[in-house]
Design a protein around this ligand. Structure first.
Ligand code: ACM
Length: 558
């Protein structure tokens, strides 16, 4: 059994015949299973040149054989069905007697079952065209029952620091689906770029979507890349991304960062900044990395501006597939607010006490604004400072502590501690690791990551709605570099997020996982993923001379 992520149960049935898929195979899809049906035909159909014939409607008259056209010999049948008795996203997959049965608790469950079927068919099932036409596709008899541990199994892609073209985002969605991950958190805005077309405020992309040059490596590096960098998604690009993800049962969480990480927006519209303490008209889109002092001004005009932005965001990312909207909230230095007479007057007028109170005022405003429109606000754990807005959920990134505090207070939490699942951190301590950042987080470290910290009460643990791996792209300037940092560790993360059978971290069978990875590397090869080889980076994956910022020693258990 080499499935990744490991299913809840897997029972070979060696006494029974299995099934052979070939050009006669029929795909019989019950109502409600069309996403899996379309995906199977498009994906397995392309990989093996299988038509996957639709089944005749149940009320069709039986075909009358004639001597000239004898009935075709019976091929295997792939049946897709729903059974509400199974839970959300759960599925059963049974291969026996010439039939593949995939039954899901809901359409997503059927889709995850279809993903498992692809893994059972071997690495070539992950290609886009047949490389061994006509090779038999034999499946042994087996019974698999499976369901996810967490409802939120996410990946953050930072498309702000380095833009990833739309096709690369669609490909990432396919890679998430192949690992049964179901949330793509798109970090769309930051100091270094604004990536989303906003019709009412066109300079956000006209000015904010590109920068003249870029720091190469960590901010302490002396190197610059003098090639202009930029790009953004048009509103139709976003609609396409959202629809592509929805077809794969993946929700998108759009992130529009306030009140920090906003220099690209301020460069586009200088009135958004603290104009009484800094000449915001002189600011450009930031070309280096770190925590930026240029934050939004705490004014009514800024609230109205971001309501305009979020109006368009809600239109582009519908509630059904984007119930959560991320408003950032992290790393907002308070220096400009301390120095600004306008901000200080605002603190007195609002009666919020201090600068932390101003930050909480921003977050509370948009918590209410989003709730009034049927959405939920999620933000980084700094939104706890100054008091958490009533409906807010928290992405716990500075460690577990913020998530623990929020969960104990009854707020939903997504655990993504930087010490454990920031995939921009280096994956080996060796000298060849490209632009080494942060702690050493090996494949095994990620496999032993536990999203629910010990000691959390059962009630609070139920508020840990999921977990997320975050890929920040300051030093990842291409799809290939993103692949290298993300894989193979995302496979280990997927098992942590999905599998219900993983024991406590110390007892996890990493050797068994590593053996299954043998098969999984062949799948990633077929998918064209530029993962880090187990033996270390290939020569062209190294970045000699580009300064990183490695942190020595093990991460603190915070
Ligand atoms: C973050 O890494 N600043 C959320």
């Amino acid at each position: 059994m080499d499935l990744i992520p490991a299913p809840a149960s897997h029972t070979p049935d060696p006494g029974r015949p299995g099934a052979v898929l070939d050009t006669r195979t029929v795909l019989r899809a019950a109502p409600g299973t069309q996403t899996a049906e379309r995906w199977l035909r498009a994906t397995l159909g392309a990989a093996f040149a299988l038509p996957l014939h639709p089944a005749p409607p149940a009320d069709a008259p039986p075909a009358t054989p004639s001597p000239a056209t004898p009935p075709p010999p019976r091929g295997a049948v792939v049946r897709l069905r729903l059974d509400g008795a199974l839970g959300p996203e759960a599925y059963r997959l049974t291969v026996a007697d010439g039939t593949v049965d995939i039954t899901g608790g809901d359409p997503a469950g059927v889709f995850w079952g279809a993903q498992t079927l692809r893994q059972l068919l071997g690495p070539d099932a992950h290609r886009r065209a047949p490389v061994r036409p006509g090779a038999p596709l034999a499946l042994a008899a087996v019974r698999i029952a499976d369901r996810p541990r967490f409802a939120w199994r996410g990946l953050l892609l930072d498309v702000a620091r380095h833009f990833l073209p739309k096709d690369d985002v669609l490909r990432q969605i396919d890679l998430l689906a192949a690992h049964k991950l179901n949330v793509l958190h798109l970090h769309l805005t930051d100091d270094q770029g604004w990536r989303l077309e906003i019709r009412r405020h066109p300079r956000l992309t006209g000015v904010g979507a590109w920068r003249a040059r870029t720091k190469r490596g960590h901010r302490a590096s002396p190197l610059w890349d003098d090639t202009p960098h930029g790009g953004h998604y048009t509103q139709d690009d976003v609609r396409e991304i959202v629809a592509y993800a929805a077809e794969r049962h993946i929700r998108i969480v759009p992130e529009i960062d306030i009140p920090g990480h906003s220099q690209a927006a301020i460069a586009a519209y200088p009135e958004l900044g603290n104009t009484d303490v800094v000449d915001t008209a002189a600011l450009g889109v930031w070309d280096t990395w770190g925590v930026n002092p240029n934050v939004l001004a705490p004014t009514e005009a800024v609230l109205r501006f971001y309501e305009d932005v979020l109006d368009e965001v809600l239109d582009l990312f519908p509630a059904a597939t984007s119930p959560f909207v991320h408003i950032g909230g992290d790393e907002c230095p308070k220096g400009q607010w301390r120095a600004s007479a306008t901000a200080q007057a605002r603190i007195r007028e609002l009666g919020v006490g201090d600068e932390d109170g101003l930050q909480a005022w921003f977050v509370r405003h948009f918590d209410r604004w989003l709730a009034d429109r049927g959405r939920r606000l999620i933000g980084w754990d700094e939104i706890l400072e100054g008091g958490l807005a009533p409906g807010a959920a928290v992405s716990s990134w500075r460690g577990y502590a913020g998530g623990i505090a929020a969960a104990e207070a009854g707020h939903d939490v997504v655990m993504c501690p930087e010490q454990h699942v920031y995939l921009d951190h280096r994956q080996d301590g060796g000298p060849d690791e490209p632009v080494p950042i942060g702690y050493v987080r090996t494949l095994e470290d990620v496999y032993r990551f536990e999203p629910v910290p010990p000691g959390l009460s059962a009630e609070a643990a139920a508020h840990v709605i999921g977990t997320q791996a975050n890929v920040w792209t300051e030093v990842l300037d291409s799809r290939s570099r993103v692949d290298y940092q993300t894989f193979p560790r995302l496979a280990a993360f997927a098992e942590v997020a999905w599998s219900t059978t993983l024991p406590a971290p110390a007892e996890r069978d990493f050797d068994g996982f590593a053996r299954r990875m043998g098969a999984h590397y062949r799948r990633l090869d077929a998918l064209g993923v530029d993962y880090r080889p187990p033996t270390g980076p290939s020569p062209w994956q190294r970045r000699p001379g580009v300064v990183g910022r490695p942190i020595e020693g093990p991460p603190p258990n915070v």
